[in-house]
Design a binder for this molecule. Structure first.
Ligand SMILES: [Zn+2]
Length: 85
């Protein structure tokens, strides 16, 4: 799945060398420093505030919404794979 920040790299699973915790970071790091502890956490942070963000220029809103939609689909696909049923 593509990075929601730069739309260029992909989110890859990485491991924090200090505490051993895994997280998802952008494959273009250090060019893009996007990182998230869990892909599940992208759901509330991306879908809700981004859409209602008043400071986003109207011209960028389409791109943003498309990115959110792409991300939501990816999360949904991921959630489906996780489900045992
Ligand atoms: Zn990125």
């Amino acid at each position: 799945m593509f990075c929601p920040q730069c739309h260029d790299g992909e989110l890859v699973k990485r491991r924090n060398k200090k505490n051993g915790q895994t997280f998802y970071g952008c494959s273009t790091y250090p060019a893009c420093k996007f990182a998230v502890a869990s892909l599940d956490r992208l759901k509330p942070t991306v879908v809700e505030p981004a859409v209602s963000m008043p400071s986003v220029a109207e011209s960028n809103q389409g791109e943003l919404i498309a990115a959110i939609r792409e991300l939501t689909d990816a999360i949904r696909a991921l959630a489906t794979t996780k489900e045992p049923t």
